[in-house]
Design a binder for this molecule. Structure first.
Ligand code: SF4
Ligand code: SF4
Ligand code: SF4
Length: 248
C-alpha cells in the first residue's frame, strides 16, 4: 500500500515538472500578482506567496478533491490573486486529511508535494487572540445552537460527504459542556502536540498552543464565541509568534 502511494506521489512529481515546463513556456509564471502580499490562508503545502502566485494556474483541482469543501477560489471582490485557492477558516477550515489530497491534486507544485501528511502542513499558527471572550476562561458552558453555522454550511454544499456529516454530529455532543472545543476538535493525529487546555489564573482554563500546530484553522471554525477567540495567523511560525522557549 505504501509502495503504491509512493509511486503515485513520484508520478505526480514528474507530471508536475512537465506541467511546470509548459507553464513557464507559456509565460504564465510572469504573473502580474508576483509582488502581491496575501494574508489569507492558502491550502496545505502552499509555497511562499510570490512563488505560489507564480505557479498556481487556477485550475481548481485542489478544491475538487477536498472532502470538507474547505477551499474556495478568490473572486474579483477579494483583491489580488483572482481565481487562486484560499481557505476562510471562519466558514470552513482545513480538517487536515491524512494523505493531504489537495496537495496531491495540484499539477504544478504550487502546493508542494513534499507535504505528504497532516503533520507536514504548515499554514500558520493558532493564537488566542481574544482571551477576554474565551468562555473557557469563565467556565461558561457552550451555548445551545452554537453549531448552527457548521450545520448550515454542511446543508448548503451540493455533494456533502460522510466526513462532513461526522464532523457536525461530533460537534453537537459538546453543547452545554465546558468549552474545550478548540483542543478537542484539533484534527491532527497528535493534537496534544498542538494545543491543550491549561488552568488559568482567572480560575478557568485557556487553550495553550504548542509547536505541533499546523495552522489548519479548525479551532477557529469551531470556537463558539461570536468572533472566534482563537484565530490562525497566516504563514506565521510557532517561533515567530511565541519565541523558541515560550509555550503559550
Ligand atoms: S488537507 Fe483535506 S481538508 Fe485540508 S484543504 Fe486539503 S483536502 Fe481539504
Ligand atoms: S491548534 Fe488549531 S490551528 Fe493548530 S493544528 Fe490544532 S486546530 Fe489546527
Ligand atoms: S473554542 Fe477554545 S478559544 Fe474558543 S471559547 Fe472554547 S476554549 Fe475558548
Amino acid at each position: 500500500m505504501a509502495k503504491v502511494k509512493t509511486d503515485r506521489r513520484e508520478f505526480v512529481k514528474y507530471s508536475t515538472l512537465g506541467v511546470l515546463g509548459a507553464v513557464m513556456a507559456g509565460g504564465v509564471i510572469a504573473s502580474p500578482y508576483l509582488n502581491a502580499e496575501e494574508t489569507r490562508l492558502r491550502p496545505p503545502g502552499s509555497l511562499g506567496e510570490k512563488e505560489f502566485l507564480g505557479l498556481c494556474i487556477k485550475c481548481g483541482q485542489c478544491l475538487q478533491v477536498c472532502p470538507f469543501h474547505s477551499i474556495e477560489l478568490a473572486d474579483f471582490g477579494k483583491g489580488h490573486g483572482v481565481g487562486t485557492p484560499y481557505i476562510d477558516a471562519t466558514k470552513r477550515a482545513c480538517w487536515a486529511c491524512n494523505a493531504v489530497p489537495c496537495v496531491l491534486a495540484c499539477p504544478t507544485g504550487a502546493l508542494d508535494h513534499d507535504c505528504e501528511k497532516a503533520e507536514d502542513i504548515r499554514m500558520g499558527i493558532a493564537v488566542l487572540e481574544f482571551p477576554d471572550t474565551c468562555i473557557a476562561m469563565t467556565n461558561t458552558p457552550i451555548p445551545k445552537g452554537f453549531s448552527t453555522k457548521m450545520h448550515k454550511f454542511t446543508d448548503n454544499v451540493n455533494n456533502v460527504t460522510q466526513v462532513e456529516l461526522d464532523l457536525v454530529e461530533k460537534l453537537d455532543t459538546f453543547e452545554g459542556k465546558q468549552c474545550t472545543l478548540c483542543a478537542d476538535m484539533c484534527p491532527i493525529p497528535n493534537p496534544l502536540s498542538a494545543i491543550a487546555m491549561v488552568p488559568d489564573k482567572s480560575g478557568g482554563k485557556r487553550p495553550e498552543i504548542y509547536d505541533g500546530c499546523i495552522g489548519c484553522g479548525a479551532c477557529e471554525e469551531v470556537c463558539p464565541t461570536q468572533i472566534p477567540s482563537i484565530v490562525v495567523k497566516t504563514r506565521v511560525t510557532y517561533e515567530e509568534q511565541y519565541g523558541k522557549d515560550k509555550q503559550s
